[in-house]
Design a protein around this ligand. Structure first.
Ligand code: DX5
Ligand code: ZN
Length: 225
């Protein structure tokens, strides 16, 4: 399977989400990564289910919703109804992560387990039969434009070993650039989230920069396959 590039709209123009999504899809984005933050689980506040509902018609690919919120259970239905395809929740956000992942699956959506840089891969051990994707955070969540944490590369490798031949994707999220992409792909990543490395230098009026940025990450990742 070829590497999937999932630009994070956290780095997009917040006054033009629809146009930005159309632009990055036209320029080669495989998925659209939507970073939901509540200023409780992470020290930042972004958007809620209403925004996801509003941007859904502009997304012709995959809406990959990353919930950095706690509590999370009360909002699963709302993000599913808003049109999410993948709903990823943090292992650290709830003492009942097994139930939360079951609740996502019950909506018919794909379930994702996100783990912070300080959380061991063993957090996923008992959940492998109810997740469709595991998100390895390669920055501490809350902001775009942060520096990649190199220790997470070996974590991806150990996670890939743990997953074996189960149909579970590994997504790496944070600080992904053409410089950091090869290592995480070589370790076993399938989906690369990138915000600042995709949106940096471009705009809806200059979308070819988005295309060049996506292509640079894709080409770098391909060297590791
Ligand atoms: C951080 C978010 C990431 C972030 C990625 O909490 O989960 O998706 O937006 O942004 P970059 O690629 O700039 O690190
Ligand atoms: Zn994210």
């Amino acid at each position: 399977m070829s590497i999937l590039i999932a630009p994070s709209i956290l780095s997009a123009d917040f006054a033009a989400f629809g146009a930005e999504i159309e632009a990055i899809e036209a320029q080669g984005a495989d998925w659209i990564h939507v970073d939901v933050m509540d200023n409780h689980f992470v020290p930042n506040l972004t958007f809620g289910p209403q925004l996801c509902r509003a941007i859904r018609p502009y997304i012709t690919t995959v809406m990959d919703v990353h919930l950095m919120i706690s509590p999370v259970d009360p909002f699963i239905e709302a993000y599913a109804d808003a049109g999410a395809d993948y709903i990823s929740v943090h292992a650290e956000a709830t003492p009942h992560i097994h139930r939360t992942l079951q609740a996502i699956r019950a909506t018919g959506k794909k379930s994702g387990l996100a783990i912070n840089p300080g959380t061991p891969v063993e957090a996923a051990t008992e959940l492998l039969d109810i997740v469709d994707m595991i998100v390895v955070m390669s920055v501490n969540p809350g902001f775009g434009g942060q520096k990649f944490i190199p220790s997470q590369v070996d974590k991806v490798r150990r996670l890939r070993e743990m997953i074996g031949d189960r149909p579970i994707l590994i997504e790496v999220d944070g600080g992904i650039t053409p410089q950091t992409a090869p290592a995480v792909v070589a370790a076993g990543a399938d989906v690369l989230v990138a915000g600042s490395a995709v949106f940096g230098g471009g705009s809806v009026n200059n979308p070819s920069v988005y295309g060049a940025n996506i292509q640079a990450i894709r080409a770098a990742a391909a060297t590791a396959r």
